[in-house]
Write a protein that binds this ligand. Structure first.
Ligand code: SF4
Length: 364
């Protein structure tokens, strides 16, 4: 069992806030040899054991010392909602009483976990439920990593999470240091050993942080585009006023780390009467010319916080066909988890009391 420090006033450091190098440095400062950090990380990630007392290859005295200094769990599961299509929304509680959500998407040959990086989001995209919450705070590294560890507990035994997408609550590139350290932990070959190619980080277009993100390794970049003119994108993604289309797409065009082998995934949410015209479909390939990329079309997921609606399936098909005719790679994504508000843009911890809510709360 994990130790319960919920009533202690000052938060304690969490072992999961550090990748291997950082934890070795911490331990060295405390006079502990580097291999002790490796042993601890093997327990945390290799075996999924959070209880320091159960780390039996550590001397008892060291276990007591570590247990008196460090926390190991950052999140507890509040509730798991299962969609008709098998998608699971995992509602998680932080140590300070906040609520976040992850989404687990089982498919035939893979299990994808969509993780959150912030509580709320400061970017206030007009179609997004998270944006309506405003910004509460960045998640810590441990809170990002623990989303994976808790999701593993939800999967049937023996099943693994094969893919991670940073597309949950928040803008990952506004919490870049934590996102990068979490990716280091996910991809460390000694522990969770996820292939960087199976990790995708999505941004609404925080241009100065794109290069620093790509430098971490061959992970995938997704860009939430959603419009083909500045006028419409200013309304949908207000960050566009700071980094308009020519700046964002120009930066991607000039980025040496983007190539045909490492293309950009452009996310484009189709909203009826807003960005779904054939003119948009013709403008899109011209805008993206010179950027190795692929377009994912996602029909809008309606929710009570926004008035946008999905176009008819005929309009979606016609839009996709027009983009396809240009030679651009395009997919029309099937929505997952719409019935439990787990689809893109729907995450908002709706119905959850932020502080001190009991674990049995239900969502609307
Ligand atoms: S779409 Fe992403 S960046 Fe925009 S408000 Fe929602 S969470 Fe934030």
């Amino acid at each position: 069992m994990a130790r319960d420090h919920a009533n202690e006033s000052a938060p304690r450091p969490n072992l999961k806030d550090h990748g291997r190098e950082a934890l070795r440095e911490h331990f060295a400062r405390d006079g502990l040899p580097a291999y002790r950090a490796d042993q601890v990380l093997s327990w945390l990630y290799g075996r999924g054991v959070d209880d320091i007392e159960a780390m039996t290859d550590l001397p008892a005295q060291l276990r007591d010392r570590l247990a008196g200094t460090w926390d190991t769990r950052a999140l507890e599961i509040g509730e798991v909602q299962v969609s008709l299509d098998g998608t699971r929304k995992i509602v998680l509680r932080t140590r300070d009483g906040e609520v976040i959500e992850s989404v687990l998407i089982p498919e035939e040959r893979r299990n994808t976990l969509c993780v959150s990086t912030q509580i709320g989001c400061p970017l206030a995209c007009s179609f997004c439920a998270t944006g309506k919450m405003g910004m509460v705070r960045n998640l810590t590294v441990a809170e990002i990593v623990d989303q994976l560890m808790r999701a593993r507990e939800v999967l049937p035994e023996g099943d693994l999470i094969s893919n991670i997408v940073f597309m949950g609550m928040g803008e990952p590139l506004l919490n870049l240091a934590a996102v990068k350290e979490a990716i280091r932990i996910f991809t460390d070959p000694r522990y969770l050993a996820m292939a960087p190619r199976r990790i995708t980080v999505s941004t609404s277009g925080v241009v100065p942080q794109i290069r620093p993100l790509l430098e971490i390794g061959p992970i995938n970049l997704a860009v939430s585009l959603h419009a083909t003119t500045d006028e419409v994108r200013d309304e949908l993604v207000p960050l566009n006023k700071r980094f308009p289309l020519d700046i964002l797409l120009g930066a991607l065009r000039d980025e040496e780390l983007i190539s045909r082998k490492r293309p950009v995934f452009f996310e484009y949410t189709l909203m009826a009467g807003t960005n779904d015209s054939l003119e948009d479909a013709r403008r899109l390939p011209r805008l993206l010319e010179g950027i190795p990329g692929k377009v994912n079309l996602i029909p809008m997921n309606p929710h009570p916080d926004a008035s946008y609606q999905p176009p008819s399936s005929e309009v979606c098909d016609a839009f996709a066909a027009e983009v396809h005719a240009s030679g651009l790679r395009v997919t029309l994504r099937r929505n997952r988890g719409r019935d439990i508000d787990a689809a893109c843009g729907q995450l908002a911890a709706r119905g959850q009391t932020r502080r001190s809510a009991p674990a049995t709360d239900s969502q609307d």
